[in-house]
Ligand binder design. Structure first.
Ligand code: OXT
Ligand code: ADP
Ligand code: MG
Length: 569
């Protein structure tokens, strides 16, 4: 005993912190409470940035997007059962979107949980997390902390990235062991996301298909943005001379104003292309599963670049699958193209560009109105100019009309500058993403939010003020979901299910926490307020008053609402 007390000792708390630091993890997003309160305090003391949120879901969305922006797992830290469950939605979202994230939750004592004896916040968290993430691990012994974290990091970032759950029972934190043995037990993960080199035959097959194309198209998805192979992707597009269509979060990977950008000619290129090369984009609902009306009658051949072999043929036949990491695949394509590659057929490129110019010209006059109350286009027109003048700013965007119209109107100029609702179309990512974007990049953030969308994470404006982050939130306040004009058809006193208190002043919420609040009723006022916020870097919330009748049901995806076979009367 005497000999033991003379030894240098360490404990679970410190081993977790040391393991995180050894692996260069510098930020934790979470909510404190039993059993992780002291852990958060100690992590902060040891130099990790620990950001405390008001709800775990928002901390989780912050961690998920931190993973997307940095290619390192974003860390979310929660308490047991209810905190864990709050974080779990974000973990599932990270997995669905292929973002690397680790949800670390404290948990109750195994012995009591397994006998279901009613412990404080009792829940078999590991079992519940498993089907909703890429991998789930529990560490029971302090000596296994190093290995446990290493497994979690590798699982999150290697192959197709995703969410990982790490279960840390309360008892683990206080476990003591010899400090030297503890140090030795830590693992620095080497080459956490190893390159996955595509087979030369797959590269050749893809180029043969592309060479035969008369109307080729490249679709860039958020996997391509995540890969951070920006220069090579740009070189591939320019060398091949193929028009590209960016998915929402891939906007800016090449500038939206690039001569080959087909973003403003979306329906034309989907219908008419004969060869489509997908780079880090899945043929899911956002691309109508690669078939049906939006893809037109003409036969198509698909080339797909993805790290996940099982993604191939998920919806339609992929004639040229290229499996590997996007960086390696794109550089192999470039090398194999050599110097003699002839650029995409010029009549096709010309056709796409003409269509694009037509659509851009059609939209232009709508963006210049100074109506009050504002319509979406008038308000978005000024935000579009602000992003043009400040291309380093990060745009966060959620809502229905607010999302869909901002996607079309606001051009992006640099990679990974547009963050949004992702694969699930989640409302609630807004404030978490805005916070993480500011923290991880140091750039100013403009969050363009539907009033409903904002409500899902609105309390985090206090977090934004507390950490004094350069975030400007603009709420498109149209008094409700899609529109603020619905009436209760029963004739009763309750408001309709999609409307909110008319004329709410969200700007006053910001003032309550010491931030700047502005009520803007015209595009001119909006412009002045956003520019002031971006110049000052002060936490700001602008309540942008939008015509309640301006929106449409579900924005651009109204067709997904089920219709009764019985015709409406
Ligand atoms: O080529 P064509 O002619 O087709 O034209 C296209 C482009 O070529 C052209 N375009 C341009 N023209 C000119 N210039 C430029 N620069 C330009 N760029 C493009 O424009 C058109 C359209 O282009 P786009 O957008 O690229 O193409 P399209 O056809 O729309 O693409 C299809 C999709 C599917 C890829 C695209 O629409 C897309 O990405 N959609 C994502 C939609 C989405 O995810 N929506 C969010 C969910 S909606 C709903 O579920 C909501 N809820 C329920 C709920 C949710 N989601 N989550 C949770 C946790 N709980 C509940 C709720 C509660 S939305 C919502 C709240 C809504 O209310 P708010 O108050 O927040 O918002 P408001 O509506 O504002 O009130
Ligand atoms: P979008 O919604 O923008 O169309 P998706 O989320 O559907 O994009 O698709 C992203 C794809 O990118 C996923 O299939 C994922 O496996 C893939 N991916 C992610 N990172 C990489 C990478 N580094 N290399 C190759 N593929 C990747
Ligand atoms: Mg609204």
């Amino acid at each position: 005993k005497a000999a033991e007390t003379e030894q240098e000792l360490t404990d679970g708390f410190h081993l977790i912190i040391d393991a995180l630091k050894l692996n260069d993890i510098k930020t934790i997003y979470g909510v404190p409470g039993i059993p992780i309160t002291d852990f958060g305090r100690m992590a902060q003391e040891e130099g990790i940035r620990v950001l405390s949120f008001r709800h775990e879901q928002n901390a989780g969305y912050a961690a998920a997007i931190a993973g997307y922006l940095t290619k390192k797992p974003g860390i979310c830290l929660t308490v047991s059962a209810p905190g864990f469950l709050n974080g779990l939605t974000a973990l599932a979202h990270a997995t669905t979107n292929c973002f690397p994230m680790i949800l670390i939750s404290g948990s109750s004592e195994r012995e009591i949980v397994d006998l279901q004896q009613g412990d404080y916040e009792e829940m078999d968290q590991l079992a519940i997390a498993k089907p909703l993430c890429k991998a789930a691990f529990r560490v029971l012994h302090a000596a296994d902390i190093g290995i446990g974290l290493a497994r979690a990091i590798r699982a999150a970032v290697s192959g197709r990235p995703g969410g990982v759950y790490l279960d840390l029972p309360a008892k683990l934190f206080g476990q003591v062991m010899n400090a030297e043995a503890g140090r030795k037990s830590l693992v620095k993960v080497i080459d956490a996301a190893p390159a996955q080199i595509p087979a030369p035959s797959a590269i050749k097959r893809a180029l043969d298909v592309l060479k035969g194309a008369k109307r080729p198209l490249i679709i860039l998805g958020k996997g391509a943005a995540y890969a951070q192979a920006d220069d090579d992707i740009r070189a591939l597009v320019e060398k091949s001379g193929v028009p590209f269509l960016p998915m929402s979060m891939a906007k800016g990977l090449l500038p939206d104003l690039h001569p080959l950008c087909a973003g403003a000619a979306r329906s034309t290129v989907l219908k008419e292309a004969d060869v489509v090369m997908l780079i880090g984009a899945r043929l899911n609902w956002l691309l109508s599963h690669g078939k049906g009306k939006s893809w037109g009658e003409l036969p198509k051949k698909f080339i797909q670049i993805d790290i996940e072999p099982k993604e191939m043929d998920s919806n339609v036949e992929i004639v040229a699958p290229v499996v590997g990491d996007i960086g390696s695949c794109v550089s192999a394509l470039l090398a194999a193209m050599g110097n003699g590659w002839t650029a995409g057929p010029s009549d096709w490129v010309q056709k796409v560009s003409t269509k694009r110019e037509e659509n851009v010209a059609k939209m232009a006059p709508r963006l210049m109105n100074n109506n009050s109350p504002m319509d979406y286009h008038g308000a978005l027109g000024v935000l579009r100019t602000i992003i043009k003048e400040r291309p380093d700013a990060i745009l966060v965007n959620e809502g229905a009309n607010t999302l869909d119209l901002a996607r079309g109107v606001i051009d992006l100029y640099k990679p990974r500058k547009r963050l949004d609702v992702g694969t699930w179309g989640v409302m609630g990512i807004g404030m978490g993403q805005a916070i993480a974007a500011a923290v991880e990049t140091g750039h100013p953030v403009l969050a363009v939010e539907g009033d409903s969308a904002f409500g899902f994470s609105g309390m985090e404006v206090e977090t934004i003020c507390r950490y004094n982050l350069p975030v400007c939130v603009v709420i498109f306040n149209n008094n409700g979901i899609y529109r603020g004009t619905d009436v209760n058809k029963s004739g009763g006193a309750d408001p309709a299910t999609t409307v909110f208190v008319a004329g709410s002043r969200y700007d006053k919420m910001m003032e309550a926490f010491g931030g700047v609040g502005v009520n803007a009723t015209t595009p001119d006022e909006l412009k002045r307020a956003v520019n002031a916020a971006m110049d000052s870097g002060k936490p700001t919330l602008i309540n942008a008053v939008i015509d309640p009748a301006a929106g449409s049901e579900s924005g651009r995806i109204g067709n997904l609402n089920p219709q009764s076979a019985l015709k409406k009367k």
